[in-house]
Design a protein around this ligand. Structure first.
Ligand code: NAP
Length: 292
């Protein structure tokens, strides 16, 4: 593209930032829709976060994404935060308003988009979420948006699980959340139709690992005849992960982290430029980057 005097600026802040897949994905989208702007990676150290955010404002930046490790701390520098991002406790997308920067969390939308596209009624269903870290929070909010009747978060550290559960008390979302140790999976899975891996188990270079073995995984949805279980892995490298490879061999519907990444980016782009995001173009750019 040709940069002009009117070219607008979008970007992403994080540390480290060199691995981010968002710049190629968002720049492919901008070129496709013909919006005169560029999306730039900004490596921002924690100690310089406040200064960087003020600088982005002063430079007229239209909006920006936020990634690790700033997704929580950025919230103290915003004039407005959506109730969804407040409940999740993290912001990944920021845009300008007359009052200052506003922020939301599009990871939730990114997570639910492929499940919504399925057209299935998730009302009353049981979801089991592996892991209780940052991404699990967006997944819990997403499961609630879907209408899941039970959301079980499974982890290996009882104290962290208890803190995770407590952190939702008094939240405007109030998800139907329960927590359980890893050992309870055998009793939880048969009545569950959605299983989400939010742990890094199976991420490259450990692509031969899976959070569940095939025997345990095979029990997913066993007590729900006529409903095809969904296995969703937030990991996007390798494709497929061992978890999704096993799930597919058992006849489950698989979704990987590419979908979530594409749709969180699409939601952010639409917020910034007010045009429909070219999702297929974004997915192609992302996959090309992953395979390149
Ligand atoms: P995080 O905050 O570090 O949380 C990771 C969770 O996994 C923690 O609960 C941790 O347990 C658990 N865990 C790690 N190793 C484990 C093991 N060996 N056995 C059992 N549990 C284990 O990380 P995050 O930000 O939530 O990210 C998690 C994953 O999601 C990463 O793979 C990330 O790339 C992916 N992700 C993808 C997208 C996307 O758009 N596709 C977006 C966000 C994240 P403890 O708390 O006990 O340590």
């Amino acid at each position: 593209m040709t940069l002009t005097g009117k070219t607008q600026l979008l970007g992403i802040i994080g540390d480290p930032i060199g691995h981010s897949l968002s710049p190629p994905m968002q720049n492919a989208a901008l070129a496709h829709v013909g919006w005169d702007g560029v999306y730039v990676p900004f490596g921002v150290k924690g100690a310089e976060l406040e200064q960087a955010i003020a600088g982005l404002w002063a430079l007229g930046v239209v909006g920006f994404n936020v990634t690790i490790p700033h997704k929580q701390r950025v919230m103290t520098h915003l004039a407005e935060i959506t109730p969804l991002a407040q409940a999740v406790g993290a912001v990944n997308t920021v845009w300008r308003t007359a009052q200052g920067w506003a922020g939301t969390n599009t990871d939730v939308q990114g997570f639910v988009a492929p499940l919504v596209a399925q057209g299935r009624d998730w009302g009353g269903s049981r979801a089991v979420v592996l892991g209780n870290g940052g991404a699990a929070r967006a997944v819990v909010a997403g499961c609630q948006q879907l209408g899941c009747g039970e959301i079980w978060v499974v982890g290996r550290d009882r104290a962290k699980l208890a803190a995770f559960a407590a952190s939702w008390q008094g939240s405007p979302l109030a998800p139907p959340l329960q927590v359980a140790p890893w050992g309870d999976l055998a009793t939880l899975l048969p009545a569950a139709t959605l299983l989400v891996n939010t742990t890094p188990i199976g991420m490259a270079p450990h692509g031969d690992q899976s959070p569940l073995d095939v025997t345990l995984l095979a029990s997913l949805g066993r007590d729900c005849p006529g409903i095809a279980p969904v296995a969703y892995d937030l990991i996007y490298n390798p494709r497929p992960t061992q978890f999704l490879h096993l799930a597919q061999s058992l006849g489950f519907t698989p979704y990987d982290g590419v979908e979530m990444l594409v749709y969180q980016g699409a939601a952010a782009l639409e917020q910034w430029i007010g045009l429909p995001a070219p999702v297929a173009v974004m997915r192609r750019a992302l996959v090309a980057q992953l395979e390149g």
